[in-house]
Design a protein around this ligand. Structure first.
Ligand SMILES: Nc1ncnc2c1ncn2[C@@H]1O[C@H](COP(=O)(O)OP(=O)(O)OP(=O)(O)O)[C@@H](O)[C@H]1O
Ligand SMILES: [Mg+2]
Length: 243
């Protein structure tokens, strides 16, 4: 058995009296495509931000790529890539300028040219030409954001709703790219609202009101709730319980 690349134990994040993440635990194996699912406000982004070393937990522990998120957030940041819900691109810079900017942030030095070429090739950005990020299609912007988030060849990548607002063909291409990265051994952690995407995860965790409602492969999660239900049925049931 190898050590899981992400280990989350009883993680809690409170904002005042409100627990946005409430005693959540799970492990993720290297190279897994792991889903974090749940309705709006269920704590997906808050969980990701803690695991990226961007926000300290109120209690509980987590290690990501061998670094403790509370004790060593800088080491976590150097080993992970983060594609935020807003993508974090500079709309008034071209594709190449965005990649060069991130290569600079990550201090790639001599590896810069090779990593930019890798990003453009692997994320299918080569045909775009010298256009500004602000005029790209949703799918192109999404792939550029992933290239930027992976400039420094991270071991673990967090993608927060990467396919929101992206058309079906671009979503399909993006999932092909996610599978390719996982096949390279990179752990891909993805949040989504699209239940048709849930079947693409090796394993997933369902959150509701900050709490873990289910964990496992898509088939295991279905079995926990009654296997005649689709993941979408389960999702809606969880949401109805909340309101
Ligand atoms: N800095 C903050 N201060 C206070 N409350 C916060 C803060 N950040 C998040 N919250 C609250 O925590 C809860 C979880 O938010 P979070 O953004 O993690 O949810 P989410 O699952 O990512 O939702 P969405 O699907 O809409 O992106 C929400 O009720 C949100 O309002
Ligand atoms: Mg969110």
């Amino acid at each position: 058995m190898t050590t899981p690349v992400v280990q989350v134990a009883s993680l809690v994040k409170r904002f005042g009296d409100f627990a946005a993440v409430d005693d959540v635990s799970f492990d993720i194996e290297r190279g897994e495509i792991f889903g974090i699912l749940g309705p709006n406000g269920s704590g997906k982004t808050t969980t990701i931000r803690m695991l990226c070393g961007l926000m300290s937990p109120t209690s509980g522990t987590a290690t990501v790529a061998g670094a403790d998120i509370a004790r060593d957030p800088d080491r976590v940041k150097s080993r992970i890539g983060y594609m935020s819900q807003s993508f974090g691109l500079y709309r008034d810079l071209t594709v190449d300028e965005n990649l060069e900017f991130y290569a600079g942030v990550y201090e790639l030095g001599a590896r810069k040219t090779e990593r930019i070429a890798w990003g453009k090739r692997e994320m299918r950005l080569e045909e775009i030409g010298p256009r500004l990020a602000g005029v790209l299609s949703g799918g192109q912007r999404q792939r550029l954001a992933l290239a930027c988030a992976m400039m420094h060849a991270p071991e673990v990548v967090f993608l927060d709703e990467p396919t929101a607002g992206v058309d079906p063909a671009a979503r399909r291409l993006f999932w092909t790219i996610i599978r390719e990265r996982a096949a390279d051994g990179v752990t891909m952690i993805v949040t989504t609202h699209y239940m048709d995407e849930a079947e693409r995860f090796d394993r997933l965790v369902f959150l509701s009101r900050g709490r873990r409602m289910a964990l496992g492969t898509p088939a295991e999660v279905k079995a926990q709730f009654g296997s005649h239900l689709s993941l979408e049925d389960i999702f809606v049931q969880l949401q109805e319980k909340e309101s």
